[in-house]
Ligand binder design. Structure first.
Ligand SMILES: Nc1ncnc2c1ncn2[C@@H]1O[C@H](COP(=O)(O)OP(=O)(O)OP(=O)(O)O)[C@@H](O)[C@H]1O
Length: 274
């Protein structure tokens, strides 16, 4: 995927199998979200294709959802002034066959479909533990529940593959643990999960396989153990391997941090004086 002169994702060949949880990690700007956007039809890749169950997908978001791939976004994208139930029902629309006229006339076919959709939405709310809040406005939910609701909305399209973009961003440790259980439960339903995450403990704990993107290219892919031990990953992403006298290295880091803090406070003092 190229943007003008910038190649954001280069020759990334990537497969997710059913029943798998796969983690996609990499430093900021590595191309992870761009890769998700290519998979879901938000971007039309400059070269290459995305296939689902052996069929090449047209790069159009609604067709990708219809085919069986659903996603959440890095930032919450709920309908804040709609209820919890309504938000899930919105995610259901790709699976209802009733057309516009039927919906407008609210004929018997529409009412039946509406009832079935509502039942399915309630099942999903039970599954994520928000059934008791069905009539609450989305904006009034605590942050962790809003993220859960996004996942329920994505599940409402009955996906075979769920893409989660930083599902634990901004969560406290309890919410993160609950999300971990939720992802396992989703996998246990037979849905494949591909997730972008910066929380390394979360990603290595959950994933059957982890793929590392660096500057738009796949650096390494393997089990959590393999990836965590890979020298290139440690150097490029997890931090330099620890070498030499720890005392000296620490002292140098503290000195550098103090020097930069001094510089910042001098600048801000100057700023205030002006
Ligand atoms: N629509 C766009 N137009 C131009 N450049 C873009 C566009 N989207 C992404 N990029 C660039 O592509 C590169 C990859 O960005 P991307 O957001 O995919 O990285 P990321 O790995 O998801 O980062 P982060 O972890 O910070 O979310 C960056 O250099 C970014 O500036």
């Amino acid at each position: 995927m190229r943007f003008g002169g910038l190649t954001a994702v280069r020759s990334v060949d990537f497969t997710v199998n059913s029943g798998e949880i796969v983690g996609l990690i990499g430093p900021n700007g590595a191309g992870k979200t761009t890769f998700f956007n290519c998979l879901t039809g938000l971007y039309v890749p400059t070269e290459g294709t995305v296939s689902y169950k052996g069929t090449v997908l047209p790069p159009k978001p609604h067709l990708v959802t219809q085919a069986g791939i659903a996603r959440t976004f890095q930032n919450i994208r709920l309908f804040a002034n709609m209820t919890v139930l309504e938000n899930v029902l919105v995610g259901r629309h790709t699976r209802t066959k009733e057309g516009l006229w039927s919906a407008l006339l609210r004929g018997p076919g529409f009412k039946k479909a509406e009832k079935a959709s509502e039942e399915r939405a309630m099942e999903l709310l039970e599954f994520i533990g928000l059934a008791h809040k069905r009539d609450h406005l989305a904006r009034n939910l605590p942050y962790g529940e809003q993220r859960k609701l996004e996942i329920a909305r994505a599940l409402a399209s009955d996906p075979g593959l769920l893409l989660l973009d930083e599902p634990t961003a901004g969560m406290n440790p309890q919410e993160t643990r609950a999300t971990e259980e939720l992802v396992f439960a989703i996998r246990d339903k037979g849905i494949a999960v591909l997730l972008i995450e910066h929380d390394m403990r979360f990603v290595f704990n959950l994933s059957d396989r982890v793929s590392v993107l660096v500057q738009g290219e796949k650096l390494v892919e393997g089990t959590s153990e393999v990836v965590q031990a890979d020298e290139r990953v440690i150097a490029a992403y997890l931090g330099e391997p620890f070498e030499g006298d720890p005392g000296q290295a620490e002292a140098a880091e503290v000195e550098a941090a103090e020097a930069s803090a001094d510089a910042t406070s001098t600048t801000s003092t100057k700023g205030e004086a002006q």
